[in-house]
Design a binder for this molecule. Sequence first.
Ligand SMILES: Cc1cc2nc3c(=O)[nH]c(=O)nc-3n(C[C@H](O)[C@H](O)[C@H](O)COP(=O)(O)OP(=O)(O)OC[C@H]3O[C@@H](n4cnc5c(N)ncnc54)[C@H](O)[C@@H]3O)c2cc1C
Length: 414
Amino acid sequence: MDFEDTPEEAAYRAEVRSLLEEHAAELVHMDSGEEGTAGSRTEELALRRTQRVLAEAGLVGVAWDTAHGGRGGTLAQQSIVHQELARARVPALINHIGLGMCAPTVIAHGSQQQRDRYLPRLLRAEDVWCQLFSEPASGSDLAALRTTAVREGDGWVVNGQKVWTTLAHVADFGILLTRTDPARPKHAGLTMFVVDMHAPGVEVRPLKQMGGQSGFNEVFFTDVHIPDSERLGEPGEGWRVALTTLLNERVAVGGGGTDLGSSVESLAQLAAERMPALGHDRQVLARQALGRAVVAALANRYTGYRRYTAISQGGLPGPEASAGKLAGTASAKLIADLGVRLLGDDALYMGTPDGDRWQRTMAGLPGLAIAGGTDEVLRNIVGERVLGLPPEPREDKHRPFSEAAATRQTGAMA
Ligand SMILES: Cc1cc2nc3c(=O)[nH]c(=O)nc-3n(C[C@H](O)[C@H](O)[C@H](O)COP(=O)(O)OP(=O)(O)OC[C@H]3O[C@@H](n4cnc5c(N)ncnc54)[C@H](O)[C@@H]3O)c2cc1C
C-alpha cells in the first residue's frame, strides 16, 4: 500500500471531510468535554445519535460487505474515515466493540437470521454491543473461564460472572463465552452465545476507573435463559469462535483502527505553546522526544496499512496483529509521556487551560497495555507463533477442565 493517498483516496478523504463538516452540529466532539465512555444517559444518547448520523452518511461499516449492510469499500477507506473522525475530534463510536469485535464474530459464525436481525441495528447504534469474555480468574488465561451454560429444553441456562466488560452498562446485546462441558479439556468445552443484556437474571455493576470514568463493568448471570438459536458456532467450538473476536480485537485496538496522527498533531501544538518557556537543554530533549513520538506514530500507521493489505488478501488477521497492538501501545506511551512532561506542574491538576486530555490519556495507558491482550501475553504470542520459539509448558491443556480447575483451587501440583 502506498504511504500517500492515491488520487481516489484523496477524493474519498475530501468527501469524508465535507460530510463531517456538514453534520458537525449533530456529532459529539471531544472538545465539548465528552469522552466517549457513555458515563451518563445524556452522553450515551449523544453518542448513539453520533453513530446513527455517521451511519446514515455512509461512514460506518465502510469496509463491510454490502450484504451485511456495509458500504463494500476498502480497508484503506475505512482507515481514512478513522483518521478524519480523529482529526475532527469525534470520540470512538459508541459501538466500537460491536463493530470491531462482535459483528465480525456474528458474520463469521452466526446464522443468516442472526446477521439479518443484528447487523443493521448494530451499525446505526440502535443496539449497542459488548464482549463478555474476561472473568475474575480468567483474563489472559481466558480458556479457564467458569461461567457455565447448561442445556435445558430449547435453550441454555447461564450462571456466573464476567468482569471488565466495556460498555455493558449501556449494552443491549453481548457475545458471551461460556463453559458447556467441564469434562473436556479447557479449550474444547466452551460455547459462544449472543445474550440479551436486558434478559431477566443479567445484572450490570459499573466499576470506577482511576481517570474518573466508568467505562467498564462487572456482569452477573443468574439463571439467564438463552435460546439455542442464539448460539454462535457449534457447542464445544467456542474457542474457535472466540479467536475470531480476539484477532479482530488486536487489529481494532492496535493501530489498524486507532490512528495516532491526531494525537501527534495535538502534541506538536502543545510543544509549540510550551517549549519557548523551557530552558535550552529541556527544549532539546523535548524536541528529540517529539521526533521519536512522530516516528513511532508514523511507523504504527504504516505497519497498520501493511496489516490491512494482508487482511484484504487473506481474510483473517494473523498473529502479527499482536505485534501491531504492542507497537501501538508503545507509541501511545511515548506521546502521552511527552504531553504530560510538557504540561509540567500543570499536569497535577485537572481542568487546566489545556483541558485534561493529557492527564486522562496518561491514566488510560495501563488499561491500553492490558485490554485486548497484555503486553507480556502478546510477546509470548509473537515469540511462539511469529518467531517459532518453544511454547511455555501448559500442564492443564489436555486434561479435563474439571480436574485441572480442582488442582488449581487446592494448589496441588499435577
Ligand atoms: C480498558 C480495558 C477494557 C477491557 N474490556 C474488556 C471487555 O470489554 N470484555 C472483556 O471480556 N474483557 C475486557 N477487558 C479485560 C482484559 O481482556 C483483561 O484484563 C486481560 O485479558 C488481562 O487479564 P487479567 O486482567 O485477568 O490479568 P491476568 O491475566 O491475571 O494478568 C496479570 C499479569 O500477569 C501477566 N501474565 C498473565 N499470564 C502471563 C503469561 N502466560 N506470561 C507472562 N505474563 C503473564 C499479565 O501480563 C499481567 O501483567 C478489558 C481490560 C481493560 C484494561
